[in-house]
Design a protein around this ligand. Sequence first.
Ligand SMILES: [Zn+2]
Length: 335
Amino acid sequence: MTSKLKDKIKKENFQDPIEIEGNQIFPGQDLEVKIPVAKMPSDTRLYMHTFIYRSVNKGPTVLILAGIHGDEINGIEIASQLNFDKIFKNLKCGNVIVLPLVNVFGFNNFSRDVPDGKDVNRSFPGSSTGSLASRVAYIITKTLLPHCDYAIDLHTGGASRYNYPQVRYSSKVEGCTELAEAFNAPLMIDLPLIPNSLRRVAKDQNVKAIVYEGGESERLDNLAISCGKSGILKVLSHFGMIDLGMLESKNKTTKISETFWQRSSKSGIFIWCKSSGDLVKKGEVMGIIKDPYGYNKIEIKSKYSGIIIGHNNASIVNQGDALFHIGKDQNETSF
Ligand SMILES: [Zn+2]
């Protein structure tokens, strides 16, 4: 571990226990803590299952969260596979805290949000007496973030929109570019912090946070899951927490600082011929929209040159719907 990294580690005394919900977890120990979130109308209590893994050696604490949006299951699968594979059981240094499913309500209801319709990722820092979304956010803000140096928040595209595996970070927050580069996703997108998001409140607590996006909601996607798993492992390897050995190889990452949405000019049946990960030139046909009777068909031509970072998998679209999310390469080497 570099001396620079040691300076960044939050806890003064690594031998101190991490305390979560009345449980003390000492160096060398692992524990699953079920943090109570709320009760359902049926009187069923819901918990956030939190897994804490501690090495005996001093190092950073990395928080891995998934399912803040309850229907985004790729992240949940990434976290649960890493848990199942016991990847965090033998850390060389530091701590890992894993929440495979934050929004239990949304997961049970196939929904992004909690039952009151609010978005947890727009409810930070939250409040212990606020809305349901605000209470979920508050648990993360008060119970978990104070222990952490880094956070990786796992997401997918929402509402049938597929996101090519990508890390979203802010180059204006110290340490986030390093974290995003270590993750080594196919795409790195520099985006400002969204008010009341986890990334925003993490910055206030001096936690370096990135968001990983891969695939679409309610659908498992092998590429998104494998990129997410390898990204987390590469981050832990970067900080000296695990030894990746032969798996350490770096893949190409395209850095993007400007993105554009191309929206539908007509309603109808949407059939794409270009999709996420494809390079496109301005004027290139990316798909068609046609009416259901066979009268008319229009081509959708790209308004920009760049790489498709996300596309809509909906087969029926309305005028104005987002069809393609296009990113401009920061280095403009690919176009
Ligand atoms: Zn999300």
